[in-house]
Design a protein. Structure first.
Length: 275
């Protein structure tokens, strides 16, 4: 039986990969949601702040790939979304170490909105996305133009993961809900590396030195909205204590193949940092 799947954030880092991988299968009908206009036939209008378009997006769906909206009222929005699609299997993208956050913390309340309201659910807790290294909103321009990469990690390593591998796990959960219902998966790459390691690998790949910078966390949080400062500060607290350095075997167990290494990602995308 063909399953209809709605993907929030269909143009996002993980959403676009879920759409692409589901489209390659013959047992799913994909409906991608985006707040931006699109000529793609499988894309429908979806805006977390405009529920007038939710019915069309969610009508008849069997599963929802739910990219967590990073807004303060995300728990309430997710609760409302699930109520609009009763019976759908929800695959929520959270973050590594979410289980260590206090129960009343935002990250945990987001997860509880899914687990407490969806009839079937799967939680994905990925490490940091390798794709932020090539995103102009994050590290691309600093690496390309300034030849630096800076993160307030306090020197701690992170088990960076490719979004294609996150999507591969999500797809398995979507097409086989009976197996993956009630599971919370930590999704990481095969090794944890420091910012210094990444700078060295990029330097080797582009034959130009890229320097690692480790600014204090307070500098990163300066001027941030108080809610966002709390969420980001808590996340970096888990980076500093080694939570994001823990490597999982989820990708291999769920998909049957090894996750991509960050060295492979850097080699594949080296041209984006050259000029």
């Amino acid at each position: 039986m063909t399953r209809t799947v709605f993907v929030t954030g269909a143009r996002g880092k993980t959403g676009r990969e879920v759409v692409a991988q589901l489209a390659e299968r013959g047992d799913t009908k994909v409906r991608g949601g985006s707040s931006q206009s699109s000529q793609e036939p499988a894309t429908v209008a979806f805006d977390w702040r405009d529920q007038s378009n939710w019915h069309k997006a969610l009508d008849g769906v069997d599963a929802i790939y739910l990219g967590r909206p990073d807004v303060q009222d995300a728990p309430e929005l997710i609760t409302q979304l699930i109520a609009a699609a009763p019976g759908a299997h929800v695959v929520l993208v959270s973050e590594q170490g979410a289980e260590r956050v206090a129960g009343d913390g935002w990250v945990r309340r987001v997860e509880a909105a899914a687990t407490g309201n969806a009839s079937r659910w799967t939680i994905l807790r990925p490490s940091w996305f390798q794709q932020v290294l090539t995103d102009p909103r994050y590290f691309l321009n600093a690496i390309r133009l300034e030849r630096t990469i800076g993160l307030p990690t306090d020197g701690a390593p992170i088990a960076w993961v490719d979004t294609r591998d996150i999507a591969a796990v999500a797809v398995q959960a979507i097409v086989d809900p009976a197996t993956h219902h009630g599971k919370a998966y930590t999704v990481t790459g095969p090794e944890a590396v420091t910012t210094i390691d990444i700078a060295a690998d990029i330097s080797a790949a582009i034959s130009t030195e890229v320097a690692a910078v480790v600014p204090p966390l307070s500098e990163t949080l300066t001027g941030a909205d108080p809610w966002m400062a709390e969420v980001v500060g808590d996340m970096f607290g888990r980076v500093h204590d080694g939570t994001f350095a823990a490597v999982s075997d989820t990708v291999e167990k769920v998909t049957g193949r090894s996750p991509r290494t960050i060295k492979e990602f850097i080699a594949e995308h080296a041209d984006q940092w050259r000029f």
